[in-house]
Structure formats: structure tokens, C-alpha cells
Design a protein around this ligand. Structure first.
Ligand code: NAG
Ligand code: NAG
Ligand code: NAG
Length: 591
């Protein structure tokens, strides 16, 4: 009973962000989704709307005389009714057509409970679950063996450090066309097919566009050339996925493979002797967001084609022994240097827009079980671990049970996991993990890097980290990070003939007045932002990579509580820290 999902996948995937957005979301999603969870009226509306579709489609599905065409027509009709896209036939019909075989397969398994669907799909809205026990699972962790937590001391003056470049959400659009229509009303514009330009201000900029557009090749080439020239001291690169464009209604496997290949080759050309540690974004798959668990053997529907391709592409940088888990579930581990291990997770298995999550949400591909085993070995071997993945756990689109179990693992292995790195949100942000018993004790930090894509209302950006380096007893902790951006307004004003200027937006320690980037310091930063308006405004500006329009719009009290909530939420099902924030902000009426 899943065909109605087509609709929501379109709506949600078109923005790639969901309900906890702190700032104005793309126009197309405004009609339906970004309703922060403190807005009761609209919650009711959104959940009831979701249930209405579920009921409708349930009836269509039980009716044997309803054809595939009629189902797709139904989805298109709903899109027309909601008035969310300029070309509902193309966008909604196209996405539904691509997803239909997957949805039908999942439906035929008869394991999906209709009353659980809305509560899972738009979990930030608290629609409720009819049978929560069906979605319950836990990972066995031997908490008794947890070693005592050492107080980490900062590296002595003059200690070696490692420079790391973080690439996130590049979203190359091979069809980007300067001067085409940027106001097309569909999830992706700025293409020859985006329709007529009715007003000169609607034309796509040369170097990119703040509206719902992805990046032209020459901007990406310029960005990477600039990185290579500026950061000659990079030891390795982490690359957290989402390479393909937001045309979710017209994706093809061959196109995705071409994009992955071209971009990987580009990075290798500019950084010929630098190892790269990649991970898969939700956009790399076809249909978009679809990552099947390994037990699905139907090659037309499963994800083997992508895992095999990832293995081939990543073999440029990874040792041969990473291969088997990549081909099994899209994840791997490898030693970067003696003492430092990278674990690249496939968090698309927690993604609530991944239709396969409805068939199997119980630790798909056993990736969390595998993670605990890797961390146990690392602990025994005295290694520190950097976890990297695309979707940050605790994001509103990462399934709560998965995030909860993940947080338990981080708790158990807090002394082994030195840092976590993610992308997906396109924003420059971070999350703090807390002890599950002493809930005020910060234990870990997730660094979430900004996107290279401008989608949407953003400047192109990326990050570098300075990490505690090779020395006896190295913490391998993140000591500082720098975010770099390009002012797109400025680049487009100067035009095609002038090289765009990339500037350092900020250095974390200096910008926020921190002595280090430890969990304690990042928690203290969060605490200060609750009451220090100037500091929060700085965070808000950096969160949007100083994009002129959004920063000028400012951040309302609700936007503020959402942004701060994101920092302390590592499981969307646990709102206790958010409730405190709302209470806190409510008692400071000057905000
Ligand atoms: C089944 O679908 C047919 C064709 O769309 C429609 O005429 C009929 O009323 C439906 N039956 C039920 C029980 O909904
Ligand atoms: C074109 O866009 C500008 C800026 O948004 C607006 O002021 C103007 O009225 C528009 N012109 C037409 C003909 O719609
Ligand atoms: C970006 O460039 C534009 C045009 O030069 C300028 O007006 C604007 O202030 C710049 N934005 C920032 C944040 O510097």
C-alpha cells in the first residue's frame, strides 16, 4: 500500500530538506510541508492530508480494474489540486512512473502497515503510528565494557596537524543553461527545457542561480581548480555525496553513472596524489532516494548497479578490502593513517523518503551492527574513528529508531569516535551528541558541511578541517574548520569574463570565540546562542553561507528555535532539548 508515496517523494525530494527548516524553503514546498512542529493547526492539516492520500490510494490499489495509468493520473491530479508545480504532468507523472515498479514490489510484500506510513514519512509532524511495535528494533551493545572516558588534553604547541577538505552536495546539472528560465515553477529550473523567460530578472545567472537550480560544469571546475591552488596542504578529501541534479522526475541510471564518473575524474585530476573518501548521497540512486536492502535480489529494482559502480569508481582511492561491504550495502571502513580509521556509512538506509525503508526499517544491510563491530575492533586496537555519511542522524528525514540506535552506539564508543562528518542539508551547521544518562554532558560532535550547489538561495561553499595529527596519543580531534564561499551575486554581476572570487567566510574558533571544537565547547557555543543575539546572528549568517537575500530576510523567533533545535537533536523522536529551547526563547520576549 505504498503507491501514494510517489506524490510525497516528489514533494519532499524536490526540496531535499524537510520540516525542521529554519529559513524560507523553496516555493514549491511552501504549500505543503515546512510546518515547524510548534504550529499546531498546520500539523493537523498536513497529517490529515497525508492520511487522505493514503486512504485514496488504498482504495485504488484494492480495485483490480484500476490501471497503472489511472494511478499515475491520480498522482498528477493531486499535484494539480495542490498547485505545487508548473508542470504536474511531467514532474509528478514522471516521478510516479519511475517509482511505480519499486512501489508495486514493496506493496506486494504485504508488510507495510498503512497506519504507520504518515507517522514515518513526515515524522517531524507527529502524525502518530498505528502499530509502532512493528517498527521497533535495537542494536545489542555491551554497555558494561565501555571504558572510562578520558579527559582529552589539547595537543601540545607545535604538534603535527592534518588538513582535510570536505566536499558536499555538488549537484552538477549537465543541462544548466545560463540565460534560461530560473522561475519555472518545477523542482529544478535553469535548463533549456525550463520554459520561456518572461522577465529579464527571471533569467539564469552565468555562474549559477539562487533559485531552484543546480550548478553548471564550469562553476564546479572553477571551484575545484581554486581549491587545488589554495589548499595544497590537503592530506585527504572527504566527499559526502549528492553529485547529481534535482531533476527527480527524469533521472536515469546511465546519466547518474556518467555524472559520478565525470566528477570523480575531475577531483582526481586536480588532486592527483590526494586520497578521497566518498560516501553515497540519496540523489545518486535511480529512482531517487531508493536504496534497497541486500536481500532484494531483483536486479531491475535493487541497488546492486549503484554499489558496484561506487566500488569501481572509489577503487581509485580505496584499498581492495573495502570492496565487499561497498558491494553489499554501500559502506566501508579503511585506515587513513596508523591510528586513524574512517568509517563511511550509508545513511540512506535511515532516510524516510527511501521507499525501501517501509519494507525494512530494521537495520537495513546490518550497517549499524557492522558499525559496532568495527568500533569494537578500533577500540581494542587503540584507533580513533571518523564517521562520515550523507544524511545526518537526527535530521527530520532520518528515521527516529535508526537515529536513536545510532546515538546509543556513539554513546558506547564516545572515546573512539573522534568526529562525525555529514552533508545533505546544504547548510553550514553542526550537531552535538549528549550522554544518554547524564543528558547535559556533551559527548560528540557532527560537523555538517555546506553544499557546493546554490540550491537554493545559497552561495556555493565548502569546508576544510584542521585535525590533530600523527603523534603518540593523538586525539585525531577536529581542532578548527574554515568555510569558504563564492559571492554568487557578485560573480554574476561581473559576468562570464571575470573569474569568480572565492573567499574565506569564517574560521570556526575565531568567529565564535572558541578555545577548541570539543563537544564541551560546541555545547557551550549553543548555550551562548540561546541568549546572545549577536552571536546567533553570526551563526544564522554562516548557516546560509552569507547569501544576500536570505540573510537580509532575517530569522524570526520560530526560525531561531528551529536552527538551535537542529544542533541538539540527534533523534527526531526525542524533543526534550528542543522543548527547553522553546521555553528558553519564550522567556526572552526581546527576541
Ligand atoms: C474501481 O474502479 C473503477 C474504475 O476506475 C470504478 O468505476 C469503480 O467504482 C471502482 N470500484 C470501487 C469499489 O471503488
Ligand atoms: C520583472 O521583475 C521585476 C523584479 O522582480 C519587477 O519589478 C517587474 O515588475 C517585472 N516585470 C514584469 C513585466 O513582470
Ligand atoms: C555580494 O556581492 C554583492 C555585489 O557585489 C554585494 O552587494 C554584496 O554585499 C555581497 N555580499 C556579501 C555578503 O558580501
Amino acid at each position: 500500500m505504498m503507491r501514494w508515496l510517489s506524490l510525497f517523494v516528489i514533494v519532499l525530494a524536490s526540496s531535499t530538506f524537510t520540516v525542521l527548516e529554519g529559513a524560507p524553503a523553496p516555493e514549491i514546498t511552501k504549500a505543503l510541508l515546512p510546518t515547524p512542529s510548534d504550529d499546531t493547526d498546520r500539523n493537523v492539516l498536513t497529517c490529515s492530508l497525508c492520511r487522505e492520500f493514503v486512504t485514496d490510494i488504498y482504495q485504488l490499489l484494492r480495485n483490480e480494474s484500476v490501471t497503472d495509468e489511472q494511478l499515475i493520473d491520480y498522482v498528477v491530479d493531486v499535484c494539480i489540486r495542490l498547485d505545487i508545480f508548473a508542470n504536474p504532468e511531467q514532474v509528478c507523472g514522471g516521478t510516479a512512473l519511475i517509482l511505480l515498479p519499486t512501489i508495486k514490489y514493496i506493496d506486494s510484500s504485504n508488510v507495510v502497515t498503512v497506519g504507520n506510513v504518515c507517522g514515518m514519512l513526515i515524522q517531524g509532524q507527529n502524525c502518530g503510528l498505528s502499530n509502532p511495535e512493528q517498527l521497533e528494533w535495537t542494536i545489542d551493545i555491551n554497555a558494561d565494557t565501555k571504558p572510562p572516558v578520558d579527559q582529552l588534553s589539547p595537543p601540545p604547541e607545535g604538534s603535527p596537524t592534518v588538513k582535510v577538505l570536505h566536499l558536499a552536495d555538488i549537484h552538477w546539472d549537465p543541462e544548466y543553461l545560463a540565460g534560461s528560465n530560473a522561475m519555472c515553477g518545477d523542482p529544478l529550473c535553469c535548463r533549456a527545457t525550463s520554459g520561456e523567460v518572461v522577465n529579464a530578472t527571471d533569467a539564469a545567472g552565468y555562474w549559477g542561480d539562487y533559485r531552484t537550480c543546480d550548478l553548471p560544469w564550469y562553476l564546479i571546475d572553477n571551484a575545484v581548480a581554486q581549491m587545488a591552488a589554495r589548499h595544497r596542504d590537503v592530506s585527504y578529501i572527504i566527499w559526502t555525496g549528492d553529485l547529481t541534479p534535482h531533476d527527480v522526475w527524469s533521472t536515469e541510471k546511465a546519466e547518474n553513472i556518467m555524472i559520478i564518473d565525470r566528477l570523480m575524474t575531475l577531483i582526481q585530476q586536480y588532486f592527483p596524489s590526494v586520497p578521497v573518501y566518498p560516501t553515497l548521497g540519496n540523489h545518486e540512486s535511480h529512482p531517487v532516494n531508493s536504496f534497497a536492502p541486500p536481500e532484494i535480489t531483483d536486479v531491475e529494482l535493487n541497488t546492486a548497479w549503484l554499489y558496484d559502480e561506487a566500488d569501481r569508481q572509489w577503487a581509485r582511492w580505496l584499498p581492495a578490502d573495502a570492496s565487499s561491504t561497498i558491494r553489499y550495502g554501500g559502506y566501508y571502513t579503511t585506515l587513513v593513517q596508523p591510528g586513524l580509521r574512517i568509517v563511511s556509512m550509508n545513511m540512506n538506509y535511515c532516510y524516510t523518503l527511501n521507499s525501501w525503508t517501509y519494507l525494512k526499517s530494521q537495520d537495513p544491510a546490518s550497517s549499524l551492527l557492522w558499525l559496532t563491530q568495527i568500533l569494537e575492533e578500533a577500540e581494542l586496537n587503540g584507533e580513533k574513528v571518523h564517521i562520515l555519511s550523507h544524511i545526518p542522524p537526527g535530521n527530520s528525514d532520518c528515521w527516529t529508531v535508526f537515529s536513536r540506535e545510532f546515538a546509543k552506539i556513539i554513546n558506547r564508543f564516545e572515546s573512539t569516535v573522534a568526529a562525525q562528518f555529514y552533508g545533505h542539508t546544504h547548510k553550514d551547521e553542526y550537531k552535538v551528541f549528549y550522554d544518554l544518562v547524564d543528558v547535559t554532558r556533551p559527548i560528540n560532535v557532527a560537523f555538517i558541511a555546506p553544499s557546493l550547489t546554490t540550491y537554493s538561495k545559497l552561495n556555493p561553499g565548502y569546508r576544510t578541517y584542521t585535525i590533530d595529527g600523527q603523534r603518540p596519543g593523538s586525539t585525531w580531534a577536529v581542532l578548527d574548520f574554515n568555510t569558504y564561499i563564492m559571492n554568487l551575486t557578485d560573480a554574476n554581476l561581473k559576468g562570464a569574463e571575470v573569474e569568480p572570487v572565492w573567499t574565506e567566510l569564517y574560521q570556526a574558533k575565531q568567529e565564535y570565540g572558541l578555545t577548541d571544537l570539543s563537544p564541551q565547547s560546541m555545547d557551550a557555543l549553543f548555550q551562548r546562542m540561546l541568549t546572545d543575539d549577536a552571536l546567533f546572528q553570526l551563526y544564522f549568517k554562516n548557516y546560509h553561507k552569507n547569501a544576500d537575500e536570505v540573510v537580509a530576510e532575517g530569522c524570526t523567533n520560530r526560525c531561531r528555535s528551529n536552527l538551535l533545535c537542529r544542533i541538539v537533536t540527534t533523534d527526531i523522536g526525542d524533543q526534550s532539548k528542543c522543548d527547553q529551547i522553546r521555553h528558553e526563547l519564550f522567556s526572552h520576549p526581546e527576541f
